[in-house]
Ligand binder design. Structure first.
Ligand SMILES: Cc1ncc(C[n+]2csc(CCOP(=O)(O)OP(=O)(O)O)c2C)c(N)n1
Length: 273
């Protein structure tokens, strides 16, 4: 696809660093969202270190692109990306969730690089659409990216936003669906199935791109294609594995938000070394 090996391997390395940051931040004996962070780590690495325009020393820079983590329960992954990108010190990550600290369990306004508060699932795409339409009205070229969980699509508000975005030709909006097949307590297929996903998004009027969400070349190509597509918003359906990169956590529902034992913590870091 024409991307240099150096670019792809540097982004893969970034993704590994993000996974390591997440594990170090969660630590031992305290619940943390290992699964949904690791499924989305490659996607966030490509967003923060390839695609998004930002100035980490001036988070309010007018020329920036907007990234909204609608599946806000994996805030820790976004904090890791923001810290590695220079928005705040990496050394602050382990203080996440400390009472009164600027890194809370879900993204909130006041943390450098966070555009909206999320965590109550279903709201991020509507918020992103509002931003995208506002940018269009002002004639600005900035783009808006929203990461949505696959289980999160059980929220009806997602589909209201999807319908409105295509009706308004919001081609500066890109939804990235982390399609890891699991939600908090089971498989989507056993709970509320969302397939056929590509057919649904395209029926709602979106340009749809399906990729392997752990293949860095496919990820950057999809982000580039979304940027140049005109007339419709783009949904990137990223097929991922919950817990990716940590063998004992991969595709395990228990690791949605489970505490790590000392042994698991050490093994996870060893696998991500
Ligand atoms: C409105 C709302 N209902 C319930 C929850 C609790 N909750 C947190 S994560 C989660 C599962 C989300 O599944 P998915 O979107 O697939 O996330 P992932 O598997 O990628 O972590 C639920 C139900 C919530 N945060 N918000």
């Amino acid at each position: 696809m024409g991307y240099s090996k150096e670019l792809i391997s540097s982004l893969e390395e970034r993704a590994k660093t993000l996974r390591r940051d997440v594990i170090e931040c969660i630590g031992v004996g305290v619940a943390g969202h290992v699964g949904g962070s690791c499924s989305a780590a490659d996607l966030l690495a490509a967003l923060y270190f390839y695609k998004l325009k930002y100035d980490s020393k001036n988070p309010e820079w007018e020329g920036r692109d907007y990234f909204l983590l609608s599946k806000g329960h994996v805030a820790i992954l976004q904090y890791s990306a923001l810290a590695e990108a220079g928005f705040f010190p990496v050394a602050d990550l382990p203080r996440c969730k400390e009472v009164g600290f600027y890194l809370q369990g879900h993204p909130h306004l006041g943390t450098p690089g966070i555009e909206v508060g999320t965590g109550s699932l279903g709201q991020g795409l509507s918020l992103g659409l509002g931003m995208a339409l506002g940018l269009k009205m002002d004639g600005k070229p900035n783009r808006v990216y929203v990461m949505v969980g696959d289980g999160e699509q059980d929220e009806g508000q997602i589909w209201e936003a999807a319908m409105a975005a295509s009706a308004k030709n919001a081609d500066n909006l890109c939804a990235i669906i982390d399609n890891n097949g699991l939600q908090a307590q089971g498989k989507l297929t056993d709970r509320l199935p969302v397939e056929p996903l590509a057919g649904r998004w395209s029926a709602f009027g979106w340009n749809v791109i399906e990729i392997d969400g752990h293949n860095m070349e496919e990820i950057v190509a999809a982000l580039d294609a979304a940027e140049t597509y005109k007339g419709k918003p783009t949904a990137i359906i990223a097929h991922t594995v919950k817990g990716k990169g940590i063998s004992f956590a991969e595709n395990q529902v228990g690791f949605h938000n489970r505490a790590l034992t000392e042994d698991e913590y050490r093994q996870a870091l060893a696998e991500l070394a």
